[in-house]
Design a protein around this ligand. Structure first.
Ligand code: CA2
Length: 148
């Protein structure tokens, strides 16, 4: 990874996208998400490194790995959004912008999804815009680089 890399991290259960709950998450798969991210990054002369894990510590290791020297991190932490102080601490140690993404509108769902431990340590948020939200996150990272 280098200064032109956007690290796209997806958390628990997002490997199942497209398999269930299409009324909430749509029909697109994680492979579709990664394809869309690759194209969005390429339009800005950037590349993406896409990873998914169901494990909190693995996500923390990857956030730490990307904390400096890359263009930014797009993070859909899945259910850990609502539970993980440890992931929040890793994000707050980042020197690169971290954009929080959620496919669904977590504020319009069950009460336990309303709170995110990540929101106030992320540089930007794209919530409830479906898979195109990942594109918006990459566009935001690209424009924040242009502003530097
Ligand atoms: O809306 C989002 O992107 C979420 O981060 C998705 C997480 C959920 O826990 C967050 O509250 C909001 C869960 C993703 C689970 O995805 C599935 C997809 C298909 C079948 C089962 C789970």
């Amino acid at each position: 990874m280098d200064a032109t890399t956007v690290l796209v991290l997806n958390g628990p259960n997002l490997n199942l996208l497209g398999e269930r709950e299409p009324e909430v998450y749509g029909h697109r798969t994680l492979a579709d998400v990664e394809r869309v991210c690759r194209a969005a990054a390429a339009a800005h002369g950037l590349t993406v490194e896409c990873r998914q894990s169901n494990h909190e510590g693995t996500l923390i290791d990857w956030v730490q790995e990307g904390r400096r020297g890359i263009a930014g991190i797009v993070l859909n932490a899945g259910g850990y959004t609502h539970t993980s102080v440890a992931l929040r601490d890793a994000v707050s140690a980042c020197q690169v912008p971290v954009v929080e993404v959620h496919i669904s509108d977590i504020g319009a769902r069950e009460a336990f999804r309303h709170h995110s431990y990540l929101t106030d340590v992320c540089a930007h948020h794209v919530i409830g815009r479906g898979v195109p939200g990942y594109v918006a996150a990459i566009d935001w990272i690209a424009s924040s680089r242009d502003a530097d």
